[in-house]
Design a protein around this ligand. Sequence first.
Ligand code: ZN
Length: 307
Amino acid sequence: MKLLLIVFGLMGIPCLISAQTATNKNLPIIDMHMHSYPVEYMGESNIPNPVTGRPSGAASDEELMQATLSEMRRYNIVKAVTSGPLDVVYRWKIEEPKRLIGGVYFDEVTSLPDVEQLRQQFIAGKLGVLGELVAQHAGLSLNDSLFAPYLTLAEELDIPVGVHTGLGPEGLTYTCCPKFRVTYGNPILLEEVLVRHPKLRLYLMHGGWPYLEETKAIMSVYPQVYADLAVINWIIQREEFHEYLRDLIRAGLGKRLMFGSDQMVWPEAIGMAIEGIESAKFLSKEQKRDIFYNNAVRFLKLKETGE
Ligand SMILES: [Zn+2]
């Protein structure tokens, strides 16, 4: 989700992440939320990481891709859903065809591709997820008729759908995205979509934060809905993230929460996101493995059966 830095940079969040250590680094991890962006996707290269204040150092699209893939190997990320401009997604997919699942990105400036073209790319395996759909930034909810043919296609082909929920950067309505509305990030707005498309395999990106009650309501009534924990596990205040995660676990949703990083142009964010989960002392070893791997295997219907 681009432009996050506008906000979080201004918030002056202290550096909460000390080291990219992962106690489970030899066990497989699935990242449900990554991006294949050109290095200048946010307007220029070397934009500082909003948490550490340090730029990635990647000077070209190739360097950004290689640095990201290197972090994936380092943490044994065996699969990652990665979305962005389709030409960049395809480039990354050529580099790591088995490890990467191509995602269809949509936001306020990117339009959705032709439905029939999309069908062919899904069937060919070049794409595997419809998302990240950042409808909120375009002043839309997933309920808008614009998405209907794509959701019908996803339902027909049994393609997972990832929808951006919850947060947006501070002040963005006045800067980049005049159509953005907080309201459209509320997971409760997905209910009519779930009614109309009962077979849709939908996941809430960013775990619906900060809409805790609505996230619990939707996920408890619609058991097919999963959620990823991307970006909230490394950008927002750690205590806030852990309280939110603990509430979702307490609500009995631990089998439907999935790891995600939302790595945009900072490859080190993958390690920081892993640390956000690892540092949650209230999670058992089994609950962490569910979040890092088992739940995504089930959601994605992968052949792997676990460790
Ligand atoms: Zn997002």
